[in-house]
Design a binder for this molecule. Structure first.
Ligand code: ATP
Length: 517
């Protein structure tokens, strides 16, 4: 674990050193859980968004996009339930003065029981070697049984307090923390305050004071911008059910605990798609979207073993199914995307609050109804982080050297091709620029002439550039260059005229999209 934490720290500093992610307002020592994307980060981020957007809007005849404003009529958030219920239970440790989400402390404790069980199993597997029957051991080992019982009992209590009548049972939650003897990871003590509710929405005033101001919120999710536009899009696009509306945009949450770099931010970006369906068909669509979204993730080639579904224990009162797609980060399996079957809750609530009908006229049934909704909701920044974590490698090379390389999927890499003149004379820089000028319309190219070639390769490895080309004396004679591959480090001689053909397909988002069909 300590090693994994080290890796994570290295990724964070790598992100800063190579222009991917900077702390916000860095010269003023940053702002808590707010980050800026640098020259390479913005390219990677744009590519992630493009991959998502095109997989939704380009590949689906019945999905269209919108771009709604961040500010929305304040009643939106009353109707959606965010004013009354978008709360996290928080608890402070009096000794460390650190603030935690009480539900997360309990979830971590459950995960600890699971970890202990896996440790026991691993120990036994080592002891019994080839005679080890894992299923039997799990079913009969008293130690494993005891841990599993504790975990299950905790799980049951947790569900009860989370689903208590009238909202989360805060006192019950505190009791669990005491009974389970959960300590603060910083101070190691159990000196806790009571558990309190904390609303996560940021608010501000709109309008000049003289004309009267009104309180508006910074949207905590992009989804509501889609719901309030359902009728506009359905009517103007003459959309037939089932159909979807996709949106990418900023969201804001005043997160209580925001310590894991861009995993949990106060200002972040979401890619959400609401898919409107006929009531009664929603669970089939839920299943379909689970599969479609998992395929989108796995298509990046990070290995199926690094993903899993986590079905929700605690369903929001309006949802009839919910799951998370979790990715194996250096700090464990963590949610990257949520898929929710939201029934007709949101549209019905908005209809109630605005006093207008928000329905769909079904020509086949000759009847109107409020559509049901399946939502897929993914954080751009979390996706970015998962890609960074998986791509980062400190590779040992022959001869005792190491190189830091980002094995980014070529289609997402910020720079696709770097072109180096071997020296700054004999017309090599001009030749290199000629190559770039020819290819820059097709993909992102970068010119580099500083330092020796080996160092230039390393710099490109560190930003995940999949291809480097070197222009040398021979180029001037026969128009060939050395093309070097980031991952294998192999170099081969190719004709300048062939470069586009070799590279373009591999680095285009289209190459990724084609595998999704
Ligand atoms: P969590 O349980 O981690 O707080 P959530 O269940 O509240 O997340 P949703 O409301 O389902 O998250 O939001 C959908 C997606 O938006 C998440 O899967 C995540 O990728 C992203 N997201 C949510 N909150 C944040 C945040 N504070 N910073 C970055 N991304 C976020």
């Amino acid at each position: 674990m300590a090693q994994q934490e080290d890796v994570f720290k290295k990724i964070v500093s790598h992100c800063k050193e190579y222009g991917f992610v900077f702390p916000s307002s860095d010269i003023y020592d940053g702002l808590g859980a707010v980050y800026d994307y640098g020259q390479n980060g913005v390219e990677l981020k744009n590519n992630i968004k493009k991959y998502w957007w095109e997989s939704m809007v380009l590949l689906h005849e019945n999905i269209v996009g919108i771009d709604a404003a961040i500010f929305m009529h304040p009643t939106t958030w009353k109707a959606s339930g965010h004013v009354d219920a978008f709360n996290d239970p928080l608890i402070d440790n009096r000794d460390s003065k650190k603030r935690y989400r009480a539900d997360v402390l309990i979830e971590d404790k459950m995960a600890k029981y699971d970890e202990q069980i896996e440790k026991e199993v691993a120990k036994a597997a080592k002891r019994f070697k080839e005679n080890f029957d894992e299923a039997q051991y799990r079913a009969t080992s008293p130690k494993v049984q005891e841990l599993a019982e504790k975990r299950d009992a905790l799980h049951k209590r947790f569900q009860e307090v989370m689903n208590a009548e009238g909202g989360i049972d805060l006192a019950g939650m505190k009791q669990i923390i005491e009974d389970e003897e959960i300590v603060c990871p910083i101070s190691g003590t159990r000196n806790w305050t009571d558990v309190r509710q904390f609303n996560l929405m940021f608010s501000t005033e709109m309008g000049a004071a003289a004309e009267g101001t009104s309180k508006v919120y910074l949207r905590p999710e992009t989804a509501q911008g889609i719901f309030v536009n359902y009728l506009n899009v359905q009517k103007t696009g003459r959309m037939k059910l089932p159909f979807g509306i996709a949106q990418i945009g900023k969201a804001f949450r005043n997160e209580i605990v925001a310590r894991q770099f861009i995993f949990r931010m106060r200002e972040f970006e979401q890619m959400e798609m609401q898919f409107f369906v006929k009531p009664g068909t929603e669970l089939d669509w839920f299943q379909k979207w689970k599969e479609t979204r998992m395929k989108w993730h796995q298509n990046l080639g990070f290995g199926a073993e690094n993903y899993r579904f986590h079905d929700h224990d605690k369903l929001a009162h309006y949802a009839n199914a919910a799951t998370d797609i979790e990715f194996h980060m250096p700090f464990g399996f963590k949610e990257v995307e949520g898929i929710h079957s939201r029934t007709n809750f949101d549209l019905s609530q908005h209809a109630k609050y605005c006093g207008k009908k928000i329905e769909y006229f079904d020509p086949e049934m000759n009847q109107s109804y409020v559509p049901y909704v399946i939502e897929t909701s993914i954080g751009v920044d979390r996706m970015f982080l998962s890609i960074m974590c998986h791509s980062y490698e400190e590779q040992q090379l022959e001869g005792g050297q190491t190189r830091t390389v980002l094995h980014l999927p070529a289609a997402l890499a910020p720079v696709k091709l770097a072109v180096f003149p071997l020296t700054k004379k004999d017309g090599m820089p001009e030749k290199a620029m000629e190559i770039i000028n020819d290819l820059r319309f097709h993909f992102n190219c970068k010119y580099e002439e500083k330092d020796q070639i080996g160092k230039r390769y390393r710099r490109m490895d560190a930003i995940g550039c999949p291809y480097c080309v070197t222009v040398d004396q021979q180029t001037l004679e026969d128009n060939t260059v050395t093309l070097r591959d980031r991952d294998t480090m192999e170099q081969r001689r190719v004709n300048i005229a062939d470069l586009r053909g070799i590279i373009e397909d591999k680095v285009s988002i289209t190459s990724l999209l084609k595998n999704l069909l």
